[in-house]
Ligand binder design. Sequence first.
Ligand SMILES: Nc1ncnc2c1ncn2[C@@H]1O[C@H](COP(=O)(O)OP(=O)(O)OP(=O)(O)O)[C@@H](O)[C@H]1O
Ligand SMILES: [Mg+2]
Length: 483
Amino acid sequence: METQEGSASKPVIDFHGIDEELIQKMAYDALVWSSLHGLVVGDKSVQRSGKVPGAGMVHAPFALLPVAFPENHWKSACEVAPVFNELIDRVSLDGNFLQDSLSRTKKVDVFTSRLLDIHSKVLEMNKTEDIRLGLHRSDYMLDEQTKLLLHIEINTISSSFPGLSCLVSDLHRSLLKRYGEHLGSDSKRIPSNTTVNRFADALAKAWTEYNNPRAAVMVVVQPEEHNMYDQHWLCAALKEKHNVTAIRKTLAEIDKEGELLPDGTLLVGGQAIAVVYFRTGYAPTDYPSEAEWRARLLMEQSLAIKCPSISYHLAGTKKIQQELAKPNVLERFLENKEDITKLQKCFAGLWSLDDSDIVKRAIERPELFVMKPQREGGGNNIYGDDVKENLLRLQREGNEEDAAYILMQRIFPIVSPMFLVRNGTCHKDHAVSELGVYSAYLRNKDKVIINDQCGYLMRTKVSSSNEGGVAAGFAVLDSMYLT
Ligand SMILES: Nc1ncnc2c1ncn2[C@@H]1O[C@H](COP(=O)(O)OP(=O)(O)OP(=O)(O)O)[C@@H](O)[C@H]1O
Ligand SMILES: [Mg+2]
């Protein structure tokens, strides 16, 4: 493997020598700042907090200080973001590639199979999505040994924290302004983070392309959502900057209140919908009954702009990620050789389980691999000895269940001491960090209107935890200090 330049991330300050009193003072100020500036989530211990705004709020879990991150890696992740956007768009247009690549998975994974059924129905309708909107987040880890910034995955549905990530950057900037002299650090080295405004701009531009001034943006939400403030920040920016109204509906409500007009217009509760923005719908639990599946199909059949469309959703599955990493596959979708090289440089090892050599190796050295099903939302991946046990079980059973999974090279980021703040308490732990780069893509037929990176999210988790989700309780929100 080729080695990129740049030192592995080190803590922004020397945590070993730091004065405990100073830490507690900073943590207190950070908690006040979070409460005053809306860096909050619903408090799960308060019953109505997932339903009623303002009822039961707690600060979002955060790292007290930003994590040091090499500037050259940050720049290359930004540069590659438009290439990933273009790739997803091209892949989404190749219905056969999506169906064929997922055909074995379809047989053993009911959830993916249902998504593919919707995709097939849309293909049968010969429906083309002229206006296509992607609000993505590509996640990366910096591998300590090789110093490579390796891509974990691209999220094409419900990329979370476009709102709160900006606030964490602001919080850290404010702390470094106040305490920078004591810490020997400079707040200007935290890059500006404008994700929330850039995502709002993209939603507004998509709304403009739809060209119906009376239509609204619809945020599709879970019936209970403890991360609602992240979503409200985005909707507030959409209203304040662009005067575009957003409504919130669950899949069950859309099933009840939704209808299609003969011209394809989607009405929900009588309201015309220009853009459907999904913040749910990525996990089997989001579809507890047929009602939710009917709602998904209804939206897909409509003229509304779907963020994401079923094709974009499928293009972001782990199986497709693995297929795209095979030799000569990127060439099917992208012409520019430099772009292809940029993508390949950040791909980690990815394999299908029908590769018997790699399965053998993973059974011998399971700690070097991650086994992944076609799921989103965290908590589903398999690590360590469980990889070995599952692979042996699949071999014994000899059925097609292996098609539900992919294998990925395990990435080992640098472990550093960090201060993590949860539920009003700050504690020190050994942690690793993961970079998320937001990007937006909007096109109308041949006209690419937006194709750019939009900002970032750092997530930091204790090094003993395998998974990275903040909402799932594994990680805290963080920002970066460029070195
Ligand atoms: N190859 C890997 N090496 C090390 N850690 C990994 C690897 N792949 C995933 N992880 C960890 O597991 C987390 C979840 O993985 P992944 O993003 O593939 O699953 P997901 O369910 O789609 O999560 P998300 O909700 O963040 O999209 C990552 O954020 C990362 O912390
Ligand atoms: Mg994901």
